[in-house]
Design a protein around this ligand. Sequence first.
Ligand SMILES: [Fe+2]
Ligand SMILES: [Fe+2]
Length: 347
Amino acid sequence: MKPFRVFNGEVNNKATKIFKGEASGICDWDDIKYPVMLELNRAMFGEFWIEDEIRLNEDLKHYRHSLTDRERYVYNILTGMLTQLDSVANRFNFLLGYTCTDPSVAANIQLVGAFEGLHARSYQYLTSTMLNAEEKKEAFNAPKELPLLKERNKEIFELIQDFVDDPESMDKLYKALLAYLVLEGIYFTGAFAYFHSLARTNRMIGSNNMINLIKEDEVQHSVLFGTIMQILMLEFPELNTKENMEFTLEFIKRCVEKEKAWAAFIFDGIDNMTINEYSDYVEYLTNVICRNAGIQEVFPENKELRSKWILTYGSKKKKEGGLATRSDFFQTNVINYSHESGDGFDL
Ligand SMILES: [Fe+2]
Ligand SMILES: [Fe+2]
């Protein structure tokens, strides 16, 4: 396999295509095919953070004394599950960047990969603060053991693996990218709502602050990968077929049903968020990834975020100058909510 040339003095700096094209290998940000890639690169670097910015002292007290057994279990299992997804994301981005012709797109994909590694480390920070060794083992093994979670992830991982095994196939690349959009935009982002629901009752604020930093990154990733999907369809019209569009819509619907089945199990016994609220949110998130990727909305009746508290507790304060990439992504707003003093992160 010959994915790209590190240098080719015979051709232009501007890539002819993002995959399987030609480019000199010189990344001249003033001479790129898709200028939005520079905007995205600046936006992603602008969000740089590390987990030490968050203090978890108060969270530890809450975890031990204010959470129910069920709430603790869900906290543990979800952090384990999120670690699994970020671990996969980290590796997937490595391969995708490797197969990319356009150095500006590759630079963005590599940056996403690095952030996914940071996210995995952040869950490590949460779990190593709250959980004992036995709980942590249970949490990190849950993705290998819980049937509904395994079932939910199965097809996503199969499509990504198909591309890993055969990275020359454009059809497999398209399907892996589609699976990745669901993984990031629905499976990750949906699970974050649980942490927002705890913050809603003034518990685990530090954990939720960290989740909101991660979520902000995922918002950008969804825009980047949605854009890449649109470019892929433009540059490879043979992929932009009725058959593939039908596959896309059916696949997304299947993934949403599996997410709802998993949610009904994992959020059973949780009082701060109802299954109906969660289902509405998942459908809303699905529409967002569809809009970003230029796909028709799968749930047109769920265009708006119905549970406004998800926005209230699920947003971090925007930096001055607004590095957000698309303002409608989460109906972005500046929200402050009360938290104990001494928290290191300035909300
Ligand atoms: Fe991530
Ligand atoms: Fe991501």
